[in-house]
Design a protein. Structure first.
Lengths: 865, 466
């Protein structure tokens, strides 16, 4: 006998002690697929035969079984499972996870089992035990397993002999809905409802060739998929509800049936189709909601055709999972946990969706918006509920655009995600509930309305974020916890936060005397990793700022879902608003926007918004508290502390015999000079800001526009594109930079000389970037940028007196590894956030990455790097 | 950091005998955090001055240091003021240099130990955020004539204002031992920080150096509290040993900003009235399962726990540190099981939808909304009224109109540094009524605290019922 198991079965072995269940399980299933009650007894009691542990053992068994079924794994229970009450739990579990419960019964003669048990030292129970077990088994089994089917087992196999058991083979069949190996491309077509003319129109719009096949007497329509240059032909997928309400359901059925038969289309059933099936199968159904029209139209059809229709609908599978699980098509949509599963509940959901149990003012059931909670990876395309416009929500889309109600018939091209529609030529039916929007100025898309509220569960806890640049960036729970506080208390509206900048590592510590950092190490870093050209950019000493600016507030509403009338934002590296003063911010953004317009950026990128990575000067504009509490405070304290020391020491030294303190005098004189230089260093970056004209914004990355995330452009492009903006407004400044050929010594020397000159004049230093935005070396992603700071600037970082030899030697001992790993992870997350935003993914998907950057920032790393 | 002590006692050079440090030599000593040099810039018959020059290693402070990270984690930064100011580092150095003198012993001049001498001490940089006023409050009761010069943060940027640093000179005819003891205790008190962990033995140090003069000092509470780094239990013990007859409540001090706010509101004991009103509203609602959203350090939770009516109490806050303190203050670890099961603390945020908050009878949101940026209020409204959707919601927030009643609050400023707004009664009413209407609640308003005709009560409360 061959036992053909559905691939996702919950297999319950049934048989008395000694009937050979464990051997059977070992022979036909993977070790990890089998859950044995004996083994679980051992787990909880250290004794596989301890009957007192049975309760705990089964708790463990059920728990593990539940987890396996949830994860979509075939699972086998190896226990006697003789009584209905033993088995009830399994049927319940299988239903909970939409798997098929099946039973395999090993029904061997009592004597044989008893003999087998006698041979095993650990089973010293008397013959009455087996006898009782067999009686229980027979009671439950019923005639040829009927009793078990009544309990809910979908398949039952009873094996009555040793030979039979020996001869059995076990196979596995994929579920009907599993079409993961079909990769498309697909054209998924919404609810047709007998609108035959519009269907033909849509197919032609999609590029299908449609013609009458005169070779058959009924004059069927034949459809040929669009001719493609390469790859497999396109396949149509119908989301169901082919019939009812519309003018020509039989023609629609005929066309779709033929396409399906020829392998040119798939079809899932809709609730209307199923109701028709029930009617055709002689069931008593209410002739409502357009069924009457269908029946009337079918009246003229031959009994053969009607029988074909019945068989066709009867054979439809509730839903399909395509393209390695990336696409799911079901009539009313499908929750993640039901995708690719088979159960009555799954089928119900596919046909009717979910209702809240209430009815609305039109007497229709109120639908529960399952898509609002959808978090699955698969795209779900569905129909069932007429909507005025097909609109994405959390990776799902309803493409029933109410053709039969005078709307349009829509199709979604997959994987292109393009929508194609043809308008209805008539209103064939009046909807009970008007589906066209009463308010034609619906301001926000469904996704934007949904995104108004983010879920805590989407950001907290340990998270693993899959980014394009780096697989699986892990955010640890405690870091997410820290980020939650910052995000909640200080950050701007998440809709604006489409990016947070990564941290930047310094170059390797130099061994050159009197320096901690020098450009040679930065250049070496890239050269040693196979980069031939870098761009050295002047490092501005201000505060990192991200500027998002839209052409106008309409664009902000349309693209960002921001309805406050703002048209942009300027925020810090932790997502805080840069300006407390809304008027000042608006004036500032207005100037950035105008400069972008004058530079032609809106047209060049055909965009209504752009996102810039910038430095905003002066430092003192944002870092007031830091300056006052730390930098100026230390300057003040140190200068007054050291002012009197040298004179006091000299007083002592002036007395005869005390000249041995001259060394100390020099030491303190050196310290005094150091704190003066320190004071000069931070003062350079401070000036009073009375108006907008005192600010300077230096953008260095044009991160993204509607045209995409511009990481495919190199840094020379970014510099020159942004320099165009700076020409139009003195608020903006272009960043001076040099392209350096790393294998040309003269070129490198010039870069070093440039750095020496800049830092000698008090500049912070420079940033060295590989010419291309994203650079990879043999061991993966390279640092997107490495900074190299000047010796005077570093006084603000390492303290006024860090250059004293006794200090410098100790400071050279610093590890960059963690900082660099952090920089890469944040870089990957930041760009991922932008890419998700550009792809118009739900806000939570962008927010997840932005939140991740903030969380990573709470990892402890040497703050001076 | 330079400390100079000088005397005009004749012969002035007796100072060297009292300090057990020879005026002719410069002596240097190693300390765990650097070095200290002692020398005498002036050493004549008429005038003798000793200089203590503290040389704290700024790199060593950050690297390989064990101990607390200081106020604002200043000790984690290379750029910090510690190497330059009078702080607990100086007290440790003084103990190393002058322990014998502070203990009142002198081998060569025992007769001078208890004799008041004309002394003047100069400290180059004393950090004291309380300003000259605090310096006077602490030092003048001890008899000193004080000159203090407060320094600007940066003379280039006068708009940044003054810093916390003062050059201070003290003069008095006093025993050298007393002067050293006063400095030893009061320097870290003025600085209000310690570079080492404060434990039980800190009480012994305080008593050894301060018992004789602290007992009668009018600021002994402040001195003790600060010296023991606000550790209430230690403070209580120390004060008890200083003066048993005084009755005081050392639990008075709280978080710094909260103190600020409380100070302003103190004469009304508003906080207690607020908690009472919220509790009353929750009880009246008949709720069994209650949420305290933004529970902070658990003020309300403590009251809720005392009421049997509340079978399930959940406190939520966005600050993990507040939750930890709440857990400590409520002694959650030590509650009996039956009590422990009633209460739960959770970390969360009011601007995200949180499934854990659904299904409660009532929620209190006490002095929370004013900490949210106005643009984020909408998310708060939806999270609470649309998704958590408790039967009753009690919200309190300051009434800005009342602020004019507080003399200590400068006009136009808010009560707490983190308040993003404070509403008038009309503003609160407008917001609350809109929120109630759009989510199917009815709202009524109640004043909390004394009602003044023109300006209403200091706190306003809205009770929303579904």
């Amino acid at each position: 006998m061959n036992i053909d198991l559905p691939e996702l079965s919950f297999v319950v072995l049934i048989g008395v002690s000694g009937s050979g269940k464990s051997s059977f399980a070992r022979k036909h299933f993977k070790r990890t697929e089998v859950l044995s009650s004996d083994y679980c007894r051992g787990l909880v009691a250290d004794d596989e035969n301890d009957q007192e542990a049975t309760g705990d053992a089964f708790d463990v068994l059920h728990y593990i079984a539940g987890k396996r079924l949830k994860n979509g794994l075939l699972t086998v229970v190896d226990a006697t499972n003789l009584r209905p009450e033993d088995r009830r739990q399994y049927v319940r579990l299988a239903r909970e996870y939409h798997c098929l419960p099946v039973a395999i019964v090993l029904n061997l003669p009592e004597k044989l089992c008893h003999e087998r048990n006698r041979e095993r030292p650990d089973r010293d129970f008397g013959p009455h035990v087996i006898r009782n077990q067999r009686m229980a088994l027979r009671r439950g089994l019923g005639r040829s397993g009927k009793g078990l089917r009544r309990e809910g087992f979908r398949h039952v196999w009873v094996l009555d002999s040793v030979e039979g058991i020996e001869a059995v083979t076990v196979g596995r069949t994929p579920l009907w809905n599993n079409r993961k190996s079909e990769h498309g491309p697909f054209d998924i077509i919404g609810d047709v409802h007998g609108c035959f003319d519009e269907l033909i129109g849509l197919l032609e719009e999609l590029g299908y060739a449609v013609h009458r096949d005169e070779s058959v007497p009924t004059g069927d329509w034949a459809v040929e998929p669009p001719t493609t240059d390469a790859g497999p032909p396109r396949t149509a997928v119908f989301v169901g509800d082919l019939v009812d309400r519309g003018p020509n359901s039989p023609a629609v059925l005929r066309l779709v049936m033929r396409m399906v038969a020829e392998g040119k289309a798939h079809c899932v059933p809709g609730n209307h189709d199923i109701k028709l099936l029930r009617k055709l199968s002689g069931k008593n159904v209410q002739i409502t909601h357009g069924l009457a029209e269908t029946l009337e139209q079918l009246d003229g059809e031959s009994p053969e055709f009607i029988e074909q229709v019945r068989q066709f609908i009867d054979g439809l599978v509730s839903h399909y999972v395509f393209d390695d699980g990336k696409l799911v098509v079901a009539h009313a949509g499908l929750r993640e946990e039901m995708q690719g599963r088979g159960s009555g509940k799954v089928r119900e959901f596919c046909l009717f969706g979910e209702t809240t149990g209430e009815t609305d003012e039109f007497g229709l059931p109120v639908r529960y918006n399952w898509a609002a909670e959808y978090r699955g990876r698969a795209m779900v395309v569905y129909g069932h509920t007429p909507v005025p416009e097909a609109d994405w929500l959390n990776g799902t889309i309803c493409i029933d655009t109410g053709c039969v109600f005078g709307g349009k018939l829509s199709a979604l091209r997959y994987p292109e995600r393009d929508l194609v529609s043809v308008g209805a030529t008539a209103v064939y039916s009046e909807p009970a509930r008007p589906f066209l929007p009463t308010d034609s100025t619906a301001a926000l898309s469904a996704q934007q309305q949904h995104d108004d509220m983010l879920h805590l569960a989407d950001v907290v806890g340990k998270r693993i974020i899959d980014t394009r640049l780096q697989r699986n960036v892990t955010v640890r729970e405690e870091n997410a916890t820290a980020a939650l506080e910052v995000m909640s208390r200080f950050a701007a509206d998440p809709r604006w936060l489409i990016y947070l900048p990564p941290t930047m590592s310094p170059s390797e510590t130099t061994q050159r005397p009197g320096l901690l950092e020098h450009p040679a190490e930065a250049l070496d870093y890239y050269r040693h990793r196979g980069v031939d050209e870098v761009v050295c950019e002047e490092k501005h000493m201000g505060s990192r700022a991200v500027v998002v600016v839209c052409r106008d507030s309409d664009a902000a509403r349309e693209r960002f879902g921001v309805t406050t009338g703002e048209f942009g934002i300027c925020y810090t590296r932790t997502g805080r608003r840069f300006f407390d003063d809304a008027e000042l911010e608006s004036a500032f953004l207005g100037r950035v926007r105008d400069a972008a317009g004058q530079a032609g950026l809106w047209d060049d990128f055909d965009t209504t918004w752009l996102c810039l990575d910038c430095e905003l000067m002066p430092w003192s504009a944002k870092a007031q508290a830091l300056l006052r509490d730390q930098y100026a405070a230390v300057s003040s304290a140190s200068r007054f502390a050291l002012a009197n020391v040298v004179p006091t020491l000299r007083q002592f030294a002036s007395r005869p015999g005390n000249d041995e303190v001259n060394g100390l005098v020099d030491h303190y004189e050196g310290r005094r000079v150091a704190v003066e230089k320190y004071t000069d260093a931070y003062r350079q970056y401070c000036w009073s800001v009375e108006s907008l004209d005192d600010l300077r914004l230096a953008p260095f990355h044009l991160l993204a526009t509607e045209a995409g995330v511009h990481v495919d452009q190199d840094h020379v492009w970014h510099m020159s594109t942004l320099a165009k903006m700076a020409e139009h407004d003195s608020l903006l400044m272009a960043t001076s930079h040099r392209v350096v050929a790393l294998t040309d010594e003269a070129s490198c020397d010039q870069a070093i000389a440039w750095w020496e000159d800049m830092t000698g004049r008090g500049g912070e230093g420079m940033v060295v970037k590989p010419r291309s935005f994203i650079a990879r070396g043999r061991r993966g992603l390279l640092q997107p940028a490495v900074k190299c700071r000047g010796p005077e600037y570093l006084r603000i970082i390492y303290g006024p007196e860090y250059l004293s030899p006794e200090h410098l030697d100790r400071l050279r001992n610093r590890g960059l590894r963690h900082k660099r790993s952090l920089a890469l992870r944040e870089f990957a997350l930041g760009l991922e956030a932008l890419e998700r935003f550009v792809r118009r993914e739900p806000l939570r998907r962008t927010h997840e990455c932005v939140f991740g950057v903030l969380a990573l920032e709470s990892e402890p790393v040497d703050p001076r790097l | 950091m330079l400390l100079q002590i000088e005397t005009t006692h004749r012969p002035a050079t007796d100072l060297g005998y009292l300090l057990h440090k020879n005026p002719a030599k410069l002596q240097s000593f190693d300390l765990s955090f650097g070095k200290v040099h002692v020398f005498y810039p002036i050493a004549t018959e008429e005038r003798c001055q000793v200089a203590v020059l503290l040389d704290v290693d700024p790199i060593g402070l950050v690297r390989g240091r064990r101990g607390p990270s200081g106020n604002n984690r200043s000790l984690d930064q290379y750029v910090n003021d510690r190497p330059y100011v009078a702080s607990s580092f100086l007290s440790v150095a003084m103990n190393k240099l002058f322990a014998t003198a502070m203990n009142g012993r002198s081998k060569e001049r025992p007769e001078l130990v208890d004799r008041p001498l004309p002394l003047k001490a100069t400290l180059s940089v004393v950090p004291c955020r309380g300003g000259e006023e605090l310096l006077r409050r602490l030092l003048e009761p001890l008899g000193y004539t004080l000159t203090a010069e407060r320094h600007p943060l940066d003379e280039r940027f006068p708009e940044w204002g003054e810093g916390p640093y003062h050059t201070v000179a003290l003069e008095q005819t006093v025993t050298l031992r007393a002067l050293l003891q006063h400095l030893y205790v009061l320097i870290p008190v003025l600085d209000n920080d310690k570079h080492y962990w404060v434990g039980e033995d800190e009480i012994e140090k305080l008593l050894a150096r301060g018992e004789s003069w602290l007992r009668t000092h009018p600021e002994k509470d402040l001195i003790t509290t600060r010296y023991l780094k606000y550790q209430h239990r230690l403070t209580r013990d120390a004060l008890a040993r200083l003066a048993s007859e005084d009755d005081l409540d050392p639990d008075a001090t709280e978080h710094e900003h909260d103190v600020e706010e409380e100070e302003i509101e103190k004469p009304l004991s508003l906080n207690a009235q607020r908690m009472g009103s919220v509790l009353a509203a929750l009880k009246a609602s008949g709720a069994a399962q209650v949420l305290d959203l933004g529970c902070g350090e658990g003020n309300l939770l403590r009251d809720l726990l005392k009421e049997k009516q509340f079978a399930r109490i959940v406190g939520m806050d966005v600050s993990l540190r507040s939750l930890e303190r709440a857990s400590e203050r409520l002694k959650l670890e030590r509650l009996p099981d039956m009590q422990r099961r009633r209460i739960e603390l959770m970390h969360g945020s009011l601007i995200y939808r949180d499934e854990r908050l659904a299904g409660f009878d009532a929620a209190a949101v006490v002095e929370v909304i004013e900490h949210l940026d106005p643009p984020r209020l909408r998310a708060f409204e939806r999270a609470v009224f649309e998704f958590a959707r408790p039967g009753t919601v009690v919200i309190t927030t300051p009434n800005r109109e009342y602020n004019v009643m507080w003399e200590t609050l400068p006009a136009g400023t808010l009560r707490h540094r983190d308040h993003r707004f404070e509403w008038t009664r009309a503003e609160f009413r407008e917001w609350a009524e809109r929120v109630a209407e759009s989510h199917g609640y009815a709202v009524r308003f109640l004043p909390v605290g004394p009602v003044e005709d023109a300006v209403g009560s200091p706190t306003q409360m809205g009770v929303f019922e579904r």
